[in-house]
Design a binder for this molecule. Structure first.
Ligand code: MN
Length: 365
């Protein structure tokens, strides 16, 4: 049911008249997540698999035998191949008589691109990567409920992880604990490489974790997400181990208020860049001017950075209902530390629904 609507919205976002859309996976590292978007599948690996999606909403999956059981959970037609030769034969046969097909140029490996041109020399390949991104930016009910579940799992972990901190423990021990709890509370896996940083490492936005030991007075930054049936959450909290200094309290207060400025500006119709500008301006009017060094947020979904829509200087796309994005201002002082607070929001007509709920106060543990 969802896939049919997704496919019809996707075709609606493509100007050219296409005979079919082809999403083609290579090996694990070069799989196209859109394969799962159009088929609605959430299990299975689907290396070397192809889905052909037709304008009437039907689709054929050309898959190796070992994926047949997983594929049967989808509403699509299944064509099983035993070897590479047979997969090419099936592809050629399915494409017979077609003139123009849509391809995700952002997700197709160059090797597959060359192979396609060899196999189907007469078919014109049209890039539909922007249309895919545009379609996926608006979430349907199934996607919203999966992201909400991913958010609630991350909330539970965020609320309990503070209790695991102890003096002299390493950053990697905390990230291991976070990853364990994510799966324990129902995630399929962590959404991305979990960030747990201490002290001055918190000034490095994408630091992940290392062997630094926790000492009293450190900022502690947690940035992680749950992946649930392929949909992701992404949330960040910064706390202090021990008693917070005046400067730490001020940094935290500025970031928390900046995030509130972001929340308050959200409604359908506002441009992504306008939200970022408001948050940036707020921080730049404080003593931390120039210390907010990234964009305010990004679209969230099957990918953690889900398409090109976000709260950034160069995004002039207007927000629409049922988009899901992050709001994550931060202030970073190299050699000292950083604060970031990140939540996930669902855009409604006149406001946004905040999907992550763990405490945003400066907690001292
Ligand atoms: Mn994020």
């Amino acid at each position: 049911m969802y896939t049919k609507k997704r496919i019809s919205r996707l075709y609606g976002n493509i100007e050219e008249k296409l005979d079919a859309i082809m999403i083609k996976n290579a090996n694990e590292a070069f799989k196209d997540i859109n394969f799962f978007y159009v088929t609605g599948l959430s299990k299975g690996l689907f290396e070397g698999s192809t889905v052909l999606v037709y304008p009437n909403g039907k689709f054929d999956m050309i898959i190796p035998e070992l994926e047949a059981q997983s594929a049967s959970k989808s509403t699509g037609n299944i064509l099983v191949y035993k070897d590479k030769e047979e997969s090419e034969e099936i592809l050629k046969k399915s494409m017979k008589g077609l003139k123009k097909i849509g391809i995700n140029f952002s997700g197709l490996s160059y090797q597959n691109y060359i192979k396609l041109n060899e196999l189907l020399p007469k078919i014109k390949l049209i890039d539909i990567s922007m249309a895919l991104s545009k379609t996926r930016a608006i979430k349907d009910d199934d996607e919203i409920s999966k992201i909400k579940k991913a958010c609630s799992i991350a909330d539970k972990v965020m609320e309990s992880i503070r209790g695991s901190l102890s003096e002299n423990m390493h950053e990697y021990e905390i990230s291991a604990e976070i990853n364990y709890l994510l799966q324990k509370f129902g995630a399929d896996r962590p959404a991305f490489d979990t960030i747990s940083s201490f002290g001055k490492n918190t000034a490095e936005p994408h630091y992940t974790h290392g062997n630094t030991k926790l000492v009293k007075g450190d900022f502690v930054l947690f940035d992680f997400g749950a992946s649930f049936e392929k949909y992701n959450s992404d949330t960040t909290r910064t706390i202090v181990y021990g008693v917070a200094s005046k400067e730490q309290k001020l940094m935290h207060e500025v970031v928390k208020s900046a995030q509130q400025v972001g929340f308050d500006s959200l409604s359908s119709g506002i441009k992504g860049s306008e939200v970022h500008e408001k948050v940036q301006n707020y921080i730049d009017e404080t003593k931390f001017k120039g210390r907010f060094i990234h964009s305010t947020g990004h679209s969230l979904g099957l990918d953690v950075h889900d398409g090109w829509i976000g709260f950034s200087k160069d995004c002039d796309i207007e927000l629409q209902e049922n988009m899901i994005l992050t709001v994550e201002p931060g202030v970073y002082i190299p050699g000292y530390g950083g604060v970031r607070i990140e939540d996930d929001v669902l855009i409604r007509k006149d406001c946004a629904e905040i999907l992550t709920h763990s405490s945003r106060q400066l907690i001292e543990v």
